[in-house]
Write a protein that binds this ligand. Structure first.
Ligand code: ZN
Length: 316
């Protein structure tokens, strides 16, 4: 696809349910408590997220919060559609927020990285700060990977993005440690919202740190030559690693899919000190793990360039 073709990308917009923050606090507190031994949730002023350890491209998560689900896994598998690419300046126009601060999870730009890769989107279009990381497998060593920063404002295939003005303001702070249940941090929050709000979609975006412990992370290797037509084949194709704290995670999740063929949660993370990053599955150190994050409920979901032929493989 030529860049100019982005002008005709189909977009569907849905208003999301934005509950009272204090009610969300109680829902998350109760949901996480079933899965972690220590939990603390509250409404706070967003700390300056440009500072360590977050190092995001804007200070806050506030101002016209919205999310976007762009492309999709059906463009990656069974077989890749290499021409599928998106530009974040263009995406910002599509979500009616030029100059947006964008964070989230997606596939790195094939035409820039040279191969398939994981992308940790972190872009402030207002001041031009592109602190996006991509992580790709080493071509000669299947046990090592390469983390790179700020290569491009493009992505390939798919992305799940939280966007805002990047301003300070009220956010929901979540702390959870010592995991006692089977759910990962994000799934636990998503399911708690689903249980409370049913088919009213509540979409959350934000960032969290895994302060202690290790997490199971995948990195996509180069595209499969054989069709990936089952979750088993996907798991055999992906490269899995246990990456250690401190991991900075960029996360988007929604409690209910209002008929948009959404990926209901997607979290990518990076450890710039160890030089790694990728797709978060769950922590592998439940006794030691410490999560600490900030989230904001989104007002809108934008579904951009949804695949017309879809499936549910590879969405975990
Ligand atoms: Zn991912």
């Amino acid at each position: 696809m030529a860049d100019s073709d982005n002008a005709v990308l189909p977009v569907e917009k849905k208003e999301l349910h934005v509950p009272d923050y204090n009610e969300v606090v109680k829902v998350l507190q109760d949901g996480l408590k079933a899965n972690f031994s220590e939990v603390s949730v509250g409404v706070v002023d967003c700390p300056d997220l440009t500072k360590e350890p977050f190092t995001l491209a804007a200070p806050g998560l506030c101002g016209r919060p919205r999310m976007a689900d762009i492309g999709g896994v059906p463009y990656l598998m069974p077989l890749v559609q290499r021409h599928k690419k998106y530009n974040f300046q263009d995406i910002a126009e599509k979500i009616e927020l030029p100059g947006a601060f964008l964070i989230g999870a997606g596939a790195g730009p094939l035409h820039v990285v040279g191969t398939n890769s994981e992308m940790m989107t972190n872009i402030n279009l207002n001041n031009g700060d592109n602190s996006t990381y991509t992580c790709k497998m080493h071509t000669e060593d299947e046990n090592s990977y390469i983390l790179e920063k700020g290569l491009s404002l493009d992505c390939s295939l798919l992305a799940n993005i939280y966007a805002s003005d990047g301003k300070p303001g009220k956010v929901i702070e979540v702390k959870a440690s010592t995991r006692t249940g089977p759910e990962n941090f994000v799934t636990c929050m998503r399911k708690a919202l689903k249980e409370k709000y049913g088919d009213k979609p509540v979409g959350m975006g934000g960032t969290f740190i895994i302060e202690k412990g290790k997490a199971k992370i995948h990195i996509m290797p180069d595209f499969s030559e054989v069709p990936l037509d089952s979750n088993e084949k996907v798991d055999q194709w992906l490269k899995f690693f246990d990456m250690k704290a401190i991991l900075v995670c960029l996360s988007v999740f929604i409690s209910h899919d209002p008929g948009l063929d959404l990926r209901v949660e997607h979290t990518h993370c990076f450890n710039k000190h160890d030089g790694g990053g990728g797709h978060y599955h769950y922590d592998v150190t439940p006794d030691d793990v410490v999560y600490h994050g900030y989230f904001v409920p989104s007002e809108y979901m934008y579904r951009i360039d949804a695949p017309t032929e879809t499936h549910m493989i590879g969405r975990d």
